[in-house]
Design a protein around this ligand. Structure first.
Ligand code: NAD
Ligand code: UDP
Length: 321
């Protein structure tokens, strides 16, 4: 059945891939964004499609649409972006969730919410199952994002219990791929940009901290399955393949044929999680979902995309990259 679907943060990295899939499936898609960390180029190719509409709006302000489903992705996601204006980050998560849920209540829409592995903070349980309540520093530099996302989860479940709103809360782990902002300061974009230009690859700390990287196409499959499925979440969506940041640097150098050196550019940032790996038992069982693109393959595709873009067309959203 064709649905009317609102995607907040729809011009961003994940949002633009999601809009592609929804438009391709024939749905009537409204892409809403304030373009803080993205640009229209991500969805330029969709502008001529009759079932796609692009709207500039900030989710901290109320919004009125007549839709069947909402994907709530609006929020800066890279540490450098969300720490640039931390008060705005909390407002985006919390007021954004309130406005999206108020809209959902009025029109009886189902809401998919993009939460994050950051709700686990610097985890003492490894890998992280959904039952783990996390180890978040509520007053540190990452708190605006982590606590904002935790409060948004609370709002999702309270609107569900109090107002019967249908919710789907996904806890997304590190995801990469084409259309990441080349100046977002995230590790994959930094390393690829540095490798392709022959600059030093900047390890923060000694590079022994770990992350588990999911290719974007796999993740978006998970979004669509979760929205269609019956489980409200919270549900981990990510790739359980775990790598040290140094291993990632070595892989990027090998795949891009770069001559860059790996250097320890600075100490590990405050509250930077030492390890992160999703337990995806729930998603496997409830959605029959698991990622299929291994890191070396996804990195290859991402490097090819970075090779094809003109960096001069990308304005760094913040100085933090
Ligand atoms: P992104 O920065 O590319 O996309 C976020 C989008 O939201 C951007 O287009 C930005 O301009 C928009 N936005 C920010 N504040 C807004 C506001 N106040 N009003 C309207 N639009 C606003 O990041 P992404 O990686 O695509 O992340 C999308 C969502 O997924 C975020 O909510 C993020 O927290 C979540 N997430 C992403 C990852 C990941 O690894 N990519 C991991 C965990 C969670
Ligand atoms: N990192 C790094 N060099 C960089 C950028 C990031 O070593 O140029 C590290 C960062 O300290 C963290 C990991 O890579 O340990 C992942 O960082 P990212 O900003 O991508 O996302 P996070 O998972 O921390 O939100």
């Amino acid at each position: 059945m064709i649905k009317r679907i609102l995607v907040t943060g729809g011009a961003g990295f994940l949002g633009s891939h999601l809009c592609d899939r929804l438009v391709e499936a024939g749905h009537d898609v409204i892409c809403l964004d304030n373009f803080f960390t993205s640009q229209k180029a991500n969805v330029e190719h969709l502008l001529e499609r009759r079932n796609f509409e692009l709207i500039r709006h900030d989710v901290t302000r109320p919004m009125f649409f007549e839709v069947d489903e909402i994907y709530n992705l609006a929020c800066p996601a890279a540490p450098g972006h969300y720490q640039y204006n931390p008060i705005k980050t909390t407002k985006t998560s919390v007021l954004g969730a309130i406005n999206v849920l108020g809209l959902a209540k009025r029109v009886k829409a189902r809401v998919f919410h993009a939460s994050t592995s950051e709700v686990y903070g610097d985890p003492e349980v490894h890998p992280q199952p959904e039952s783990y309540r996390g180890n978040v520093n509520p007053i540190g530099p990452r708190a605006c994002y982590d606590e904002g996302k935790r409060a948004a989860e609370t709002l999702m479940f309270d609107y569900h219990r109090q107002n019967g709103i249908e919710i789907r809360v996904a806890r997304i782990f590190n995801t990469y791929g084409p259309r990441m902002h080349p100046f977002d300061g995230r590790v994959v974009s930094n390393f690829i940009r540095q490798a392709l230009s022959g600059e030093d690859i900047t390890l923060y700390g000694d590079g022994s901290q770990t992350r588990s990287f999911c290719y974007v196409d796999d993740l978006i499959d998970g979004f669509l399955r979760m929205m269609e499925g019956q489980h409200p979440g919270p549900m981990n969506l990510g790739n359980p393949g775990e790598f040290t940041i140094r291993e990632l640097a070595e892989m990027v150098i090998a795949l891009s044929g770069s001559t860059s050196r790996i250097v320890q550019a600075r100490d590990l940032p405050e509250d930077d999680p030492l390890q992160r790996k999703p337990d995806i038992t729930l998603a496997r069982g409830a959605l029959g979902w698991e990622p299929s693109v291994p890191l070396h393959e996804g990195l290859g595709r991402t490097i090819a995309w970075f090779q094809g873009i003109d960096l001069g067309r990308y304005r760094p959203p913040t100085p933090n990259y």
